[in-house]
Design a protein around this ligand. Structure first.
Ligand code: SAM
Length: 285
């Protein structure tokens, strides 16, 4: 692998690029981190890779050599010329100058899967941190035909995403990630691995999309609404949070439901497993 720091400096100088903070631009400059992302994403010739925010193309170059096809989605039009100059000779390269949150990924994936040769679709990215959560939620909630998502994000968010629900460091999003995928941490990345340096430590994580949800629930939308209500008022007990949110008609009903499910009256939301939330949902529907 070439010296990525030198290459990045060279490209930035050549195209007169200054990292744009409002686009969340922190360019990766460490070979070992690039290697780890590429290796752990397990990209093969029959894969379509969708890279979100390719920036100067640091990861793109290695993805193009391994994947059947790479579709890059980049919002900053300044990056587009650079990416076109660097990669237009690859016939497996496609570039969309769009906001990833507005791209119809379902149609895009269907189109590509219809093409012979593409068997699996993998997301690989060093994400723009200002929209980490909406991007991950879009990728999961749209129930796209994905194999895996390998992304670098802020460590603090990463730890919440890959936590096991019911254990430490959970938030409402922990339950969504667990419902849709099996998540693991790959590598912690110190802030001097980027230019400019972000203020926070980063982490590469991988979500392998499940074929089947890990629990059965009558209506998952209702369950996720209950989870959201429970965590909106974190300091409160589950009973108070769900009573205030009118999920339980009143406290007595709530106590009865919790008792029937073997849950303590004073239990806090973060102690519940996904199965517990599924049980509450199934009980009240
Ligand atoms: N992949 C490059 C790297 O690793 O050096 C750049 C990563 S940088 C953290 C995030 C990239 O996402 C930037 O290139 C930025 O312009 C792009 N970006 C920001 N918001 C975006 C959006 N809504 N849709 C697509 N790309 C976006």
């Amino acid at each position: 692998m070439k010296n990525i720091l030198e290459e990045t400096r060279f490209i930035m100088k050549k195209y007169n690029i200054k990292a744009n903070k409002s686009f969340g631009q922190n360019f990766l400059i460490r070979e070992n981190v690039v290697e780890k992302i590429i290796e752990s994403s397990e990209v093969e010739k029959e894969d379509l890779v969708i890279e979100i925010g390719p920036g100067l193309g640091t990861l793109t170059k290695y993805l193009l050599e391994r994947a059947g096809k790479v579709i890059c989605i980049e919002l900053d039009s300044k990056m587009i010329r650079i990416l076109e100059d660097r990669f237009q000779q690859y016939d497996n390269f496609e570039l969309l100058n769009q906001d990833v949150l507005k791209v119809d990924l379902k149609t895009l994936i269907q189109r590509e899967k219809g093409n012979s040769g593409i068997k699996k679709v993998k997301i690989v990215a060093n994400l723009p941190y200002y929209i980490t959560t909406p991007i991950i939620m879009k990728l999961l909630e749209e129930e796209l035909d994905l194999e895996s998502i390998t992304v670098m994000i802020q460590k603090e968010v990463a730890d919440r995403l890959i936590a096991i629900p019911g254990e430490k460091q959970t938030g409402a999003i922990t339950y969504s990630v667990y419902y849709y995928s099996m998540a693991k941490g790959i590598l912690e990345v110190p802030n001097h691995s980027f230019i400019p340096e972000p203020e926070v430590t980063s982490k590469v994580i991988q979500l392998k999309i499940r074929n089947q949800p890990p629990i059965e629930v009558k209506k998952k939308e209702v369950m996720f609404n209950i989870i959201k209500s429970a965590f909106m008022q974190r300091r409160k007990t589950l009973l108070n949070a769900l009573t205030n949110a009118k999920i339980f008609e009143n406290k007595e009903e709530g106590i009865k439901t919790l008792r029937e499910l073997g849950l303590e009256e004073k239990i806090r939301p973060e102690k519940l497993t996904l199965q517990d939330f599924a049980n509450i949902t199934n009980q009240i529907l």
